[in-house]
Ligand binder design. Structure first.
Ligand code: FAD
Length: 283
Protein backbone atom coordinates (compact mmCIF):
# COMPACT_ATOMS: atom_id res chain seq x y z
CA UNK A 1 0.00 0.00 0.00
CA UNK A 2 1.19 3.49 -0.79
CA UNK A 3 1.73 5.54 2.35
CA UNK A 4 0.06 8.62 0.86
CA UNK A 5 -3.22 6.68 0.98
CA UNK A 6 -2.83 6.22 4.75
CA UNK A 7 -1.83 9.84 5.28
CA UNK A 8 -4.81 11.20 3.37
CA UNK A 9 -7.28 9.09 5.38
CA UNK A 10 -9.30 10.90 8.09
CA UNK A 11 -8.05 8.58 10.86
CA UNK A 12 -4.80 9.12 12.79
CA UNK A 13 -1.80 7.31 11.32
CA UNK A 14 0.81 6.27 13.89
CA UNK A 15 4.01 4.90 12.38
CA UNK A 16 7.43 4.03 13.76
CA UNK A 17 11.08 3.84 12.73
CA UNK A 18 13.41 0.86 12.90
CA UNK A 19 17.09 0.77 12.16
CA UNK A 20 18.94 -2.27 10.80
CA UNK A 21 21.90 -3.87 12.58
CA UNK A 22 25.36 -2.86 11.37
CA UNK A 23 26.55 -4.46 8.10
CA UNK A 24 27.74 -8.02 8.67
CA UNK A 25 26.02 -8.45 12.03
CA UNK A 26 23.14 -10.72 12.90
CA UNK A 27 19.78 -9.96 11.25
CA UNK A 28 17.88 -12.38 13.45
CA UNK A 29 17.42 -9.99 16.35
CA UNK A 30 16.17 -7.21 14.11
CA UNK A 31 13.62 -9.56 12.53
CA UNK A 32 12.38 -10.52 16.02
CA UNK A 33 11.91 -6.82 16.76
CA UNK A 34 9.88 -6.50 13.54
CA UNK A 35 7.65 -9.39 14.69
CA UNK A 36 7.11 -7.81 18.11
CA UNK A 37 6.32 -4.37 16.72
CA UNK A 38 4.04 -5.84 14.05
CA UNK A 39 1.85 -7.29 16.85
CA UNK A 40 1.32 -3.72 18.08
CA UNK A 41 0.05 -2.79 14.61
CA UNK A 42 1.53 0.59 13.76
CA UNK A 43 0.12 1.95 10.49
CA UNK A 44 3.48 1.74 8.74
CA UNK A 45 7.12 1.12 9.68
CA UNK A 46 10.10 2.93 8.24
CA UNK A 47 13.52 1.27 8.00
CA UNK A 48 16.64 3.43 8.00
CA UNK A 49 19.55 3.10 5.56
CA UNK A 50 23.22 3.56 6.43
CA UNK A 51 24.70 6.67 4.81
CA UNK A 52 26.90 5.52 1.93
CA UNK A 53 24.86 2.34 1.52
CA UNK A 54 26.30 0.41 4.46
CA UNK A 55 23.74 -2.16 5.61
CA UNK A 56 21.63 -1.64 2.45
CA UNK A 57 20.88 -5.37 2.26
CA UNK A 58 19.66 -5.33 5.86
CA UNK A 59 17.29 -2.45 5.09
CA UNK A 60 15.76 -4.49 2.26
CA UNK A 61 15.48 -7.63 4.41
CA UNK A 62 13.80 -5.77 7.28
CA UNK A 63 11.44 -3.81 5.01
CA UNK A 64 10.49 -7.08 3.29
CA UNK A 65 9.73 -8.65 6.70
CA UNK A 66 7.53 -5.64 7.56
CA UNK A 67 5.58 -6.06 4.30
CA UNK A 68 5.14 -9.79 5.08
CA UNK A 69 3.17 -8.70 8.15
CA UNK A 70 0.85 -6.74 5.81
CA UNK A 71 2.16 -3.48 7.22
CA UNK A 72 3.42 -0.96 4.64
CA UNK A 73 7.20 -0.51 4.81
CA UNK A 74 8.89 2.80 4.12
CA UNK A 75 12.46 1.99 3.05
CA UNK A 76 14.92 4.84 3.53
CA UNK A 77 17.46 5.41 0.75
CA UNK A 78 20.42 7.81 0.91
CA UNK A 79 22.41 9.19 -2.01
CA UNK A 80 25.57 10.65 -0.52
CA UNK A 81 28.09 8.37 -2.27
CA UNK A 82 25.64 6.70 -4.60
CA UNK A 83 25.82 6.27 -8.37
CA UNK A 84 22.83 6.24 -10.72
CA UNK A 85 23.39 2.53 -11.40
CA UNK A 86 23.63 1.78 -7.68
CA UNK A 87 20.33 3.56 -7.04
CA UNK A 88 18.66 1.70 -9.89
CA UNK A 89 19.95 -1.55 -8.40
CA UNK A 90 18.46 -0.67 -4.99
CA UNK A 91 15.13 0.33 -6.54
CA UNK A 92 15.09 -3.02 -8.32
CA UNK A 93 15.59 -4.79 -4.98
CA UNK A 94 12.79 -2.74 -3.39
CA UNK A 95 10.50 -3.63 -6.30
CA UNK A 96 11.39 -7.35 -6.16
CA UNK A 97 10.58 -7.41 -2.44
CA UNK A 98 7.20 -5.68 -2.64
CA UNK A 99 8.44 -2.36 -1.21
CA UNK A 100 6.47 0.53 -2.72
CA UNK A 101 7.45 3.44 -0.45
CA UNK A 102 10.84 5.15 -0.33
CA UNK A 103 12.05 7.91 2.01
CA UNK A 104 14.65 9.62 -0.18
CA UNK A 105 17.47 11.30 1.75
CA UNK A 106 20.86 12.79 1.21
CA UNK A 107 22.55 11.25 4.28
CA UNK A 108 25.27 12.75 6.44
CA UNK A 109 29.11 12.69 6.50
CA UNK A 110 29.23 15.15 3.60
CA UNK A 111 32.60 15.87 2.01
CA UNK A 112 33.51 18.49 -0.61
CA UNK A 113 34.02 15.71 -3.14
CA UNK A 114 31.82 16.28 -6.23
CA UNK A 115 29.15 13.62 -6.37
CA UNK A 116 26.38 12.39 -8.64
CA UNK A 117 23.53 13.27 -6.24
CA UNK A 118 24.09 16.53 -4.40
CA UNK A 119 20.75 16.66 -2.60
CA UNK A 120 17.80 14.52 -1.67
CA UNK A 121 15.83 16.28 -4.42
CA UNK A 122 18.26 14.87 -7.05
CA UNK A 123 17.57 11.38 -5.71
CA UNK A 124 13.82 12.08 -5.76
CA UNK A 125 13.98 13.04 -9.45
CA UNK A 126 15.75 9.75 -10.19
CA UNK A 127 13.21 7.67 -8.23
CA UNK A 128 10.33 9.62 -9.73
CA UNK A 129 11.59 8.84 -13.24
CA UNK A 130 11.31 5.13 -12.44
CA UNK A 131 7.60 5.81 -12.05
CA UNK A 132 6.26 3.33 -9.55
CA UNK A 133 7.32 4.39 -6.03
CA UNK A 134 5.59 6.59 -3.49
CA UNK A 135 8.30 9.06 -2.47
CA UNK A 136 8.73 10.75 0.91
CA UNK A 137 11.38 13.15 2.17
CA UNK A 138 12.70 14.57 5.43
CA UNK A 139 11.83 18.00 6.79
CA UNK A 140 13.14 19.99 9.74
CA UNK A 141 10.75 22.02 11.94
CA UNK A 142 13.75 23.73 13.60
CA UNK A 143 15.66 24.03 10.30
CA UNK A 144 18.38 21.73 8.97
CA UNK A 145 21.73 22.55 10.67
CA UNK A 146 23.44 23.35 7.32
CA UNK A 147 20.66 25.48 5.86
CA UNK A 148 21.61 28.87 7.31
CA UNK A 149 18.03 29.78 8.18
CA UNK A 150 14.64 28.16 8.53
CA UNK A 151 13.32 30.19 5.58
CA UNK A 152 16.17 28.95 3.36
CA UNK A 153 15.55 25.37 4.51
CA UNK A 154 11.85 25.66 3.66
CA UNK A 155 12.82 27.01 0.21
CA UNK A 156 14.99 23.92 -0.22
CA UNK A 157 12.19 21.69 1.05
CA UNK A 158 9.99 23.08 -1.73
CA UNK A 159 12.61 21.72 -4.20
CA UNK A 160 11.89 18.24 -2.83
CA UNK A 161 8.19 18.61 -3.61
CA UNK A 162 8.98 19.90 -7.12
CA UNK A 163 11.19 16.81 -7.61
CA UNK A 164 8.36 14.36 -6.86
CA UNK A 165 8.25 14.12 -3.06
CA UNK A 166 4.67 13.29 -2.04
CA UNK A 167 4.90 13.54 1.75
CA UNK A 168 7.32 14.73 4.42
CA UNK A 169 8.48 13.07 7.64
CA UNK A 170 9.66 15.58 10.23
CA UNK A 171 12.81 15.47 12.28
CA UNK A 172 11.97 14.86 15.96
CA UNK A 173 10.65 17.89 17.77
CA UNK A 174 9.88 18.17 21.50
CA UNK A 175 7.75 21.30 21.36
CA UNK A 176 4.44 21.21 19.49
CA UNK A 177 4.32 25.00 19.16
CA UNK A 178 7.41 24.77 16.95
CA UNK A 179 5.61 22.18 14.84
CA UNK A 180 2.45 24.32 14.49
CA UNK A 181 4.52 27.36 13.51
CA UNK A 182 6.44 25.26 10.98
CA UNK A 183 3.23 23.96 9.40
CA UNK A 184 2.04 27.52 8.95
CA UNK A 185 5.34 28.46 7.26
CA UNK A 186 5.19 25.42 4.95
CA UNK A 187 1.67 26.31 3.82
CA UNK A 188 2.65 29.94 3.34
CA UNK A 189 5.42 28.68 1.03
CA UNK A 190 2.99 26.57 -0.99
CA UNK A 191 3.96 23.21 0.55
CA UNK A 192 0.72 21.35 1.17
CA UNK A 193 1.73 17.66 0.99
CA UNK A 194 0.98 15.57 4.11
CA UNK A 195 3.52 16.11 6.90
CA UNK A 196 4.18 13.41 9.50
CA UNK A 197 5.26 14.84 12.88
CA UNK A 198 8.35 13.20 14.43
CA UNK A 199 8.10 12.21 18.09
CA UNK A 200 10.96 10.68 20.03
CA UNK A 201 10.26 9.30 23.50
CA UNK A 202 13.56 9.88 25.32
CA UNK A 203 14.79 6.63 26.85
CA UNK A 204 18.51 7.32 27.19
CA UNK A 205 19.79 10.57 28.66
CA UNK A 206 23.31 10.46 27.16
CA UNK A 207 22.06 9.49 23.73
CA UNK A 208 19.51 12.31 23.56
CA UNK A 209 22.13 14.97 24.24
CA UNK A 210 24.19 13.68 21.33
CA UNK A 211 21.16 13.37 19.03
CA UNK A 212 20.09 16.95 19.83
CA UNK A 213 23.61 18.24 19.23
CA UNK A 214 23.87 16.57 15.82
CA UNK A 215 20.38 17.38 14.60
CA UNK A 216 20.05 20.90 16.02
CA UNK A 217 16.84 19.88 17.84
CA UNK A 218 16.22 21.67 21.13
CA UNK A 219 15.24 19.86 24.30
CA UNK A 220 12.92 22.32 26.14
CA UNK A 221 14.05 23.11 29.73
CA UNK A 222 11.05 21.38 31.34
CA UNK A 223 11.81 18.17 29.40
CA UNK A 224 15.53 18.47 30.15
CA UNK A 225 14.66 18.59 33.87
CA UNK A 226 12.64 15.37 33.52
CA UNK A 227 15.44 13.62 31.60
CA UNK A 228 18.06 14.70 34.15
CA UNK A 229 15.88 13.62 37.09
CA UNK A 230 15.54 10.05 35.77
CA UNK A 231 18.84 9.77 33.86
CA UNK A 232 20.16 6.96 36.07
CA UNK A 233 16.96 4.94 36.22
CA UNK A 234 16.28 3.49 32.74
CA UNK A 235 12.81 2.12 33.59
CA UNK A 236 11.67 5.40 35.14
CA UNK A 237 13.08 7.38 32.20
CA UNK A 238 11.27 5.06 29.78
CA UNK A 239 7.96 5.74 31.60
CA UNK A 240 8.60 9.47 31.69
CA UNK A 241 9.67 9.50 28.02
CA UNK A 242 6.55 7.63 26.92
CA UNK A 243 4.32 9.90 29.05
CA UNK A 244 5.87 13.07 27.56
CA UNK A 245 5.56 11.68 24.02
CA UNK A 246 1.91 10.77 24.67
CA UNK A 247 1.21 14.31 25.87
CA UNK A 248 2.68 15.65 22.62
CA UNK A 249 0.81 13.14 20.43
CA UNK A 250 -2.57 13.76 22.08
CA UNK A 251 -2.10 17.52 21.76
CA UNK A 252 -1.17 17.09 18.07
CA UNK A 253 -4.22 14.91 17.38
CA UNK A 254 -6.50 17.31 19.28
CA UNK A 255 -5.21 20.10 17.04
CA UNK A 256 -5.92 18.16 13.84
CA UNK A 257 -2.39 16.85 13.26
CA UNK A 258 -3.10 13.20 12.71
CA UNK A 259 0.06 11.72 11.16
CA UNK A 260 2.72 10.85 13.73
CA UNK A 261 6.02 9.01 13.36
CA UNK A 262 7.54 7.59 16.54
CA UNK A 263 11.31 7.22 16.73
CA UNK A 264 11.38 3.99 18.75
CA UNK A 265 15.16 3.31 18.78
CA UNK A 266 14.18 -0.32 18.05
CA UNK A 267 12.38 -0.71 21.39
CA UNK A 268 9.02 -2.47 20.93
CA UNK A 269 8.00 -1.47 24.47
CA UNK A 270 8.18 2.20 23.44
CA UNK A 271 5.72 1.97 20.54
CA UNK A 272 3.72 -0.57 22.60
CA UNK A 273 3.35 1.87 25.51
CA UNK A 274 2.24 4.58 23.12
CA UNK A 275 -0.27 2.55 21.10
CA UNK A 276 -1.80 1.07 24.28
CA UNK A 277 -2.50 4.53 25.65
CA UNK A 278 -3.96 5.78 22.36
CA UNK A 279 -6.31 2.87 21.75
CA UNK A 280 -9.51 4.88 22.33
CA UNK A 281 -8.09 8.03 20.75
CA UNK A 282 -7.13 6.55 17.39
CA UNK A 283 -9.94 3.98 16.99
P1 FAD B 1 18.89 17.56 1.60
O1 FAD B 1 17.48 17.76 1.19
O2 FAD B 1 19.88 17.36 0.51
O3 FAD B 1 19.28 18.79 2.52
C1 FAD B 1 20.58 18.90 3.11
C2 FAD B 1 20.91 20.38 3.28
O4 FAD B 1 21.04 20.99 2.00
C3 FAD B 1 19.83 21.19 4.00
O5 FAD B 1 20.49 22.18 4.75
C4 FAD B 1 19.01 21.81 2.89
O6 FAD B 1 18.39 23.03 3.28
C5 FAD B 1 20.08 22.02 1.82
N1 FAD B 1 19.56 21.86 0.45
C6 FAD B 1 18.64 20.97 0.00
N2 FAD B 1 18.45 21.11 -1.32
C7 FAD B 1 19.27 22.10 -1.72
C8 FAD B 1 19.55 22.69 -2.98
N3 FAD B 1 18.94 22.28 -4.09
N4 FAD B 1 20.47 23.69 -3.02
C9 FAD B 1 21.11 24.11 -1.90
N5 FAD B 1 20.89 23.58 -0.68
C10 FAD B 1 19.98 22.59 -0.60
N6 FAD B 1 20.28 9.62 7.43
C11 FAD B 1 20.77 8.40 7.03
O7 FAD B 1 21.97 8.28 6.76
N7 FAD B 1 19.95 7.31 6.91
C12 FAD B 1 18.62 7.39 7.17
O8 FAD B 1 17.92 6.37 7.04
C13 FAD B 1 18.08 8.63 7.59
N8 FAD B 1 16.76 8.78 7.87
C14 FAD B 1 16.26 10.00 8.22
C15 FAD B 1 14.88 10.14 8.43
C16 FAD B 1 14.33 11.36 8.78
C17 FAD B 1 12.84 11.50 9.00
C18 FAD B 1 15.19 12.49 8.95
C19 FAD B 1 14.62 13.82 9.37
C20 FAD B 1 16.55 12.37 8.74
C21 FAD B 1 17.10 11.13 8.36
N9 FAD B 1 18.47 10.97 8.10
C22 FAD B 1 18.97 9.75 7.72
C23 FAD B 1 19.39 12.10 8.28
C24 FAD B 1 19.53 12.92 6.98
O9 FAD B 1 20.21 12.15 6.01
C25 FAD B 1 20.31 14.19 7.33
O10 FAD B 1 19.48 15.05 8.09
C26 FAD B 1 20.95 14.92 6.17
O11 FAD B 1 21.87 15.88 6.73
C27 FAD B 1 20.02 15.71 5.29
O12 FAD B 1 19.22 14.90 4.56
P2 FAD B 1 18.10 15.49 3.54
O13 FAD B 1 17.53 14.33 2.86
O14 FAD B 1 17.18 16.41 4.24
O15 FAD B 1 19.07 16.31 2.56
Amino acid sequence: MKITELLKDDKPCISCELFPPKAGSELQNALKIVDKIAEIKPHFMSVTYGAGGTSAGQTVAIAKAVEEHNIPALAHLTCIDATGDGIEGMLGKFRDNGIQNVLALRGDAVTDKPREFMHASDLMRKISASGDFCIGGACYPEGHPEAGSLDKDIENTKKKIDAGCEFLVAQMCFDNNIMYNYMYRLLRNGIDVPVVAGIMPVTNAKQINRICELSGTKLPPHYRAIVERFADDPQALMQAGIAYALGQIIDLIANGFKNIHVYTMNKPEVIGGIMKNLSEIIK
